[in-house]
Design a protein around this ligand. Structure first.
Ligand code: GLY
Ligand code: MN
Ligand code: MN
Length: 441
């Protein structure tokens, strides 16, 4: 069933390509951590999306072939079987497995890449490449030559066209299949347990690193052996650094804790942020600022439905937060002035969302062909994540608000008639948070 799914994706891709196309998709190689110690391998997402092949050092070729019913052929180049290497580092499919298990029409040792590729690359005039790491940068120019040997006096010598495969493939990846939605939901489900575990373990004196480990431990019980990005566990002023990853400070009474963490399950990401008081009880200032961010988030989520404009979610968050910041006395002027001068950006800093899928910042355009903001469609999955950040250095702001960053981030699926907030089960109102923290273990 799974191999049919990948075959269907390859066919859908090929149907979107012009005649005489030749597609080169490079998988990732294993990255070195130090000398002969490697990082845990994670496959390139485009490669995995199209092949399901999860070994390092592989390349897939898809190319127009009129002799096939489908109109194209599929060649996979991969590491050969090697008993000694497999005992040390794990089983390989090898070239036979590439055909029998992964549905390639033929397969070769990766060492024969250039030779195999040139034997398949014949009258294909359109070259598409997915090569995130630029592995083939030096060879591509040679592969582009076409009819260069022609000596006919009235023939113009040509090169092949070169197009990033992303231009065709990434728009397809924006709309998730039900299979993919189930994977994202499972990752969010694991993260729900992770965030609740951290909320329960959070108290003054605990270290950020311990909370990060608590998250990882909890999600591992749901099958997540990876996180989708390094956990951000930021107490107090640390939360004003958007990608704080040191996670090394002890939590202090009276601070807020921001945790942005998402488990990854079978290559699908979740990306969720919660912010709450370290001691489990909001001060008045913390509560006011927190509820403002939550109001902005809920206002944006309420707009999510097919046909809504992507940027309206950001605009909604900014309008709500600007109005609230004026009412709290943190911004001066009328709402019109604040929106026109964008003075709210001092505290709201970043955009409020991104596609979510195999990548945490998943691929695909946010604009249509005319340069207009994209309209939402059923099957899209993305985050909404407004925030307000007031560093200790903001000495013109009342002290009660200083030294905190508040971000709340949910994962949203666009459905046929509206939306589903996939991360709704992680406490997010003041009451829900205080209740969970008061009853913690
Ligand atoms: N965790 C990264 C982000 O929220 O975009
Ligand atoms: Mn995010
Ligand atoms: Mn995040």
């Amino acid at each position: 069933m799974i191999s049919t799914m990948y075959q269907n994706r390859r066919t859908a891709l090929f149907n979107a390509l012009p005649n005489k196309s030749f597609v080169i998709i490079s998988g990732y190689q294993q990255k070195v951590r130090s000398k002969n110690i490697k990082y845990h391998f994670r496959q390139d997402n485009d490669f995995l999306y199209l092949t399901g092949f999860n070994e390092p050092d592989a390349v897939a070729l898809l190319y127009s072939d009129e002799s096939k019913d489908t109109g194209y052929s599929y060649t996979l180049l991969c590491r050969p079987k090697d008993e000694a290497q497999e005992v040390s580092f794990g089983v390989r499919a090898g070239v036979l497995g590439a055909v029998s298990q992964y549905g390639a029409d033929d397969a070769f040792d990766i060492a024969e890449l250039e030779q195999a590729l040139l034997s398949k690359l014949t009258d294909h005039t359109n070259l598409f490449i997915s090569d995130e790491l630029g592995r083939f940068s030096n060879q591509v120019v040679g592969w582009l030559s076409y009819q260069r040997q022609s000596c006919s006096f009235d023939t113009i010598k040509q090169y092949r066209t070169l197009t990033p495969l992303a231009k065709v493939l990434h728009p397809m990846r924006v709309i998730k299949s039900s299979h993919e939605i189930d994977k994202i939901k499972a990752a969010v489900h694991a993260s729900t347990a992770g965030h609740i575990a951290v909320m329960q373990a959070c108290k003054p004196g605990v270290n950020e690193a311990l909370l990060s480990a608590s998250f990882n431990f909890a999600i591992s019980q749901y099958g997540c052996s990876e996180v989708a990005y390094p956990n951000i566990v930021a107490s107090g002023n640390n939360a004003c650094c958007l990608h704080y990853e040191e996670n090394c400070c002890n939590l202090a009474d009276g601070q807020m804790l921001l945790i942005d963490a998402g488990g990854e399950l079978e290559h699908y990401a979740s990306d969720i942020t919660r912010t709450y008081p370290v001691n489990g009880k909001f001060t008045e200032a913390q509560s006011l600022l927190y509820q403002l961010v939550l109001k902005a988030l809920d206002a944006a989520i309420a707009k999510v439905t097919p046909g809504a404009c992507w940027n309206s979610l950001y605009e909604t968050c900014m309008t709500v937060m600007a109005q609230g910041l004026i009412e709290l006395g943190l911004l001066s002027g009328t709402i019109e002035e604040v929106m026109r001068t964008e003075s709210y950006k001092r505290f709201t800093i970043h955009k409020t969302g991104h596609w979510l899928g195999m990548d945490v910042h998943d691929v695909g355009p946010y604009h249509d062909e005319n340069g207009q903001w994209r309209k939402l469609e059923s099957g899209m999955v993305f985050t909404i994540e407004p925030g307000i950040y007031i560093p200790l250095s903001a000495t013109d702001v009342p002290e009660a608000y200083r030294g905190m960053g508040i971000r709340i981030e949910d994962d949203i699926l666009v459905t046929q008639n509206g939306h589903e907030n996939l991360s709704i089960n992680i406490p997010r109102t003041v009451d829900e948070i205080e209740t969970v923290m008061a009853t913690s273990l």
